[in-house]
Design a binder for this molecule. Structure first.
Ligand code: ADE
Ligand code: ZN
Ligand code: ZN
Length: 275
């Protein structure tokens, strides 16, 4: 996802963090002494991993944002960890497992712990973007499409950014909070409420590899049911394609937020798991 998607995942999660988890998260981020704000929240660090990946010392983490499922959309969608997680085992599923492990057994180096938290906040968002779980044309980066008459777009960036902004408005704090309120209301009282048990069918951080694989498989299923169901090559996507995608996007962002909150509540909290 682009910046607005990641910040919304984190902002939704923030609404469901227990008090002790919130304090724990804030302590780790404060000890990191990073620049975004004086009292950093998970929203402030939600896009850190993208900026870090562009830095000289951060390129090792670029492959951690996705898993390239070599399936056969739209006929077959699935994720196979052995087959799809690169030769070196660098992919979003293993990254989530590894950085979760670093929060279960924190190192004495506070910066390592903070980096693990910042990576997790980001990757639990990215793993809900269907094209971050798909190999075809590098997750759609190589599929040319049009957006509002601009023919120089690709399918991946339209999913990451353009459709999210059309749904929520431009990437500013007002739209972030307004969209978060809509999503939180759907979770607490609306159409998402009955889906929550399904979204939270894997919540134990000690089982992180298995959970992250389930999350990737869930995301990847949308590749066959919608994202690549029709050949979008050269299509204008801002009309009917957008209208079909919008409910999927909002649900995936909501799902990421709820899963992130439960994950952090268990890693940092002392309360009942899953509550
Ligand atoms: N680069 C190569 N494959 C990718 C994917 N599935 N998502 C994002 N970037 C990629
Ligand atoms: Zn992306
Ligand atoms: Zn990313």
């Amino acid at each position: 996802w682009g910046g607005l998607g990641h910040k919304t995942v984190a902002n939704v999660a923030l609404q469901f963090l227990q008090e002790d988890a919130l304090a724990g998260v804030e302590a780790v981020l404060a000890a990191d002494g990073h620049k975004e704000s004086d009292n950093p929240s998970i929203v402030d660090v939600a896009t850190w991993a993208d900026a870090f990946g562009r830095k000289k010392g951060g390129t090792f983490s670029k492959k951690f944002h996705y898993i390239n499922a070599h399936d056969d959309p739209p006929f077959e969608c699935n994720v196979d960890l052995e087959r799809d997680c690169s030769e070196k085992g660098e992919c979003i599923v293993k990254a989530i497992a590894n950085y979760t492990q670093r929060l279960i057994r924190p190192s004495r180096n506070v910066n390592d712990t903070a980096d693990a938290l910042k990576f997790l906040v980001h990757f639990i968002g990215d793993i809900t973007q269907p094209l971050h779980t798909e190999d075809k044309e590098r997750g759609g980066n190589g599929i040319p499409v049009a957006w509002n008459g601009n023919g120089n777009k690709n399918l991946h960036s339209v999913w990451d950014t353009n459709m999210v902004k059309k749904l929520a408005g431009s990437d500013n704090e007002e739209n972030l909070n307004a969209w978060t309120d809509i999503i939180v209301n759907e979770i607490n009282n609306g159409s998402y409420k009955p889906l929550i048990p399904e979204w939270l069918n894997c919540t134990d951080p000690r089982d992180a590899l298995n959970c992250a694989l389930k999350w990737a498989t869930d995301s990847n299923s949308f590749i066959c049911t919608y994202v690549l169901k029709n050949d979008t090559d050269g299509w204008e996507l801002s009309g009917s394609y957008y209208r079909g995608a919008a409910p999927i996007i909002q649900q995936q962002i909501a799902k990421g937020g709820v899963r992130l909150a439960v994950w952090l509540n268990q890693l940092f909290g002392s309360g009942e798991p899953g509550k």
